[in-house]
Design a protein around this ligand. Sequence first.
Ligand SMILES: *Cc1c(COP(=O)(O)O)cnc(C)c1O
Length: 353
Amino acid sequence: MMTVVNSISNVMNLVRPSVLELTPYASAKDAFKDFKKDLIYMDANENPYQSEWNRYPDPDQLALKEALSQLNGISTDQLLLGNGSDEILDMIYRVFCEPKADNVIINTPTFGMYKVLAGMHQIACKEVLLTNDFQLDIQRIVESVDTQTKILFICSPNNPTGNLMNKEDVLSLVKSLNIIVVIDEAYIDFADSRSWLKEVVNYKNLIVTQTLSKAYGMAGLRLGICYADAAVISLLKKVKMPYNVNILTQKFALKNLENKSKFKKEISEIILNKGALKSELLQIAMVQKIYPSDANFLLVKVDDANKRYAQLLNNGIVVRNRNKEPMCENCLRITVGTAMENKKLIEVFKTLK
Ligand SMILES: *Cc1c(COP(=O)(O)O)cnc(C)c1O
């Protein structure tokens, strides 16, 4: 019999049995989705005196989801929100990975949380090195999949290398692997490429994550966004803490999202400033190479990363030293700042001996 890799029944076979059986916590708020003002709430043991936060937040974050659904042209039942995308990644582990039995695949060097979460959940983490041009090593990835492999994490644009992954490679993996493929798009708004989010309709094993922390300037609010097939979203909801996105985050994220033109302007400014910063940095003798970046940071190879990192710090500038990461020897990851901050960085670099 032919297996349809992307069917929902196949995805269900990847779910932990205990999660399939789980009945999610029914919160006091679930029964009253429309929050009518004239109701008297005596159901949740809240303090009855009115303030902005005396009531529990909407566990389903519907107002915020509707705004995001409008913004991205996707239905609200294909959306899940988390306390940062880190929390969403955690929920994905909880749904699919059986501790001490299952494994996941990551593409090294990449975002550190995938491996940290694997450790937290006692899941083996198989690391496949990126190719020399920081692309996915399709063959090695395919060879690494075994019967206990549940998730492949693809970060695109990748942190810390900054590049997008080739579309054809991603698609061939999504289509051929009978595992969950998570595409982490934390930096997608800086990239000259479309999001994969619309594809969750076509591929049931595809989960796309995004965040308001980077391009949208709301790292302090903690809001991560997950796009997946409605059936996969329902699974994730089973392990979601009922009130994971607090009332202030829901309110301010909704308010800030209305300001679309502000983000567009900031994003294009950051992209312009990235180009300027790159050409300035390339004039500096200790800078050996700057990798192409589809994100809001540059991976910069210098003569001695440990030394330059410490010198920058002494001059009040904090960058990320990625020297210990495989394939990132003597590399610093530098976030694009304001024009003033970038200028200061260049000035400091020029004084270094
Ligand atoms: C910053 C970052 C995140 C974390 O985002 P939060 O929503 O702030 O938790 C996730 N993935 C990648 C690749 C990141 O760089």
